[in-house]
Design a protein around this ligand. Structure first.
Ligand code: FAD
Length: 305
């Protein structure tokens, strides 16, 4: 062995969620955001995937550009609802063949009229297994780095779950299936994250659970989120946003609330922070500035080798 031994990284993980743009102008604006976020040297950026593969090609196009035109490492979301096993296998093979090394395995929410067919992958734990199966067929090609598989976790009850206990059992099942880490759905109270981590640890979950936080800079965003994710709106935050006079004030309120949540989660031992950006950089950068997170000296760790 040569060289000096590296100290383990002590900085928290930093990541952003992006969604594939819907048209040309949205793509242009997203790329301004990507370049601004790249300057903060995140550990990865995640790219969402429409349920039933509705935006598959735009998602793949974005992943490809991230891999070839930036220093960023993409985490590809993949949903199983509405896709057959053969389709899922094909997309995982395509992702791995194209150089993607991180996949967030999700169920997704079935669009109206889509019912599972016999043999379909119905839950995220089965999708984790499918990804691991594909990976095991490619061990030689992956000699320089296996695939990291993430899953969703819920700090407040998932709308389809009867209880928080079931959410924890499901998280444990996902870890048992081969998940390496989890990212939480948006939450609003610091105690929600602390409770999730505590219950998960007591149930035997050992994978890191990264808190997902979203700067709520308008009441419209708050309501949209509630509709999309089935998360109850934080009424105190809504009242503060409604009472604000200008967009600038709303941005300050949303950023301050997110910084408070993220700080509390980091104080509770969170391994990092995942920021839902809505493809906008301004509020995300305000949060990162205020958090003053320690980052590696240059993009990735290669510079410190
Ligand atoms: P699952 O883990 O399958 O859980 C879904 C429900 O089924 C839960 O109520 C659970 O308790 C229950 N359940 C789970 N396993 C079993 C089982 N074996 N038997 C019986 N019941 C079970 N959606 C998108 O469409 N695209 C995205 O890109 C996307 N990205 C996301 C990123 C993050 C970080 C998060 C937190 C969510 C994201 N979502 C996305 C939303 C997600 O798809 C929904 O929350 C969906 O309703 C559940 O997905 P899941 O992976 O948690 O499903």
């Amino acid at each position: 062995m040569t060289g000096t031994r590296l100290p383990p990284p002590t900085y928290p993980a930093l990541s952003y969620e992006l969604y594939p743009p819907r048209n040309g102008p949205a793509e242009e604006s997203l790329w301004t955001t990507i370049r601004r976020l790249e300057d903060t040297r995140p550990d990865f950026v995640s790219v969402t995937y429409g349920a039933a593969g509705s935006n598959r090609e735009t998602a793949i196009h974005l992943l490809k550009r991230l891999l070839t035109e930036t220093t960023l490492k993409p985490l590809a979301h993949l949903t199983c609802v509405g896709s057959s096993r053969a389709e899922l296998t094909e997309i995982v093979e395509r992702l791995l063949g194209g150089g993607v090394r991180g996949i967030l395995a999700l169920r997704g929410d079935a669009p109206e009229g889509i019912e599972p067919r016999p043999g379909d992958v119905e839950h995220a734990d089965e999708l984790v297994r499918l990804i691991r199966d594909v990976e095991s067929q490619r061990t030689a090609q992956l000699a320089a780095g296996r695939v990291s598989v993430g899953v969703a976790a819920y700090a407040t009850r998932h709308p389809d779950s009867p209880s928080l206990e079931q959410d924890i059992e499901v998280l444990l099942a996902k870890e048992d299936a081969g998940a390496d880490f989890a990212i939480t759905q948006v939450f609003f109270q610091p105690s929600d994250y602390a409770r999730l981590v505590d219950r998960a640890a007591r149930a035997g979950v050992s994978i890191p659970i990264i808190p997902g936080v979203m700067p709520m800079t308008s009441t419209r965003r708050l309501e949209k989120l509630s509709g999309l994710a089935g998360v109850d709106v934080d009424e105190a935050l809504r009242a503060r946003l409604e009472g604000a006079r200008a967009d600038e004030d709303r941005r300050r309120i949303g950023v301050a609330a997110t910084v408070e949540l993220a700080r509390a989660a980091l104080d509770d031992g969170a391994p990092g922070i995942h920021l839902y950006t809505f493809n906008e950089h301004a509020a995300a950068l305000d949060v990162i500035d205020a958090l003053d997170l320690e980052r590696p000296p240059q993009a990735g760790l290669a510079a410190s080798l």
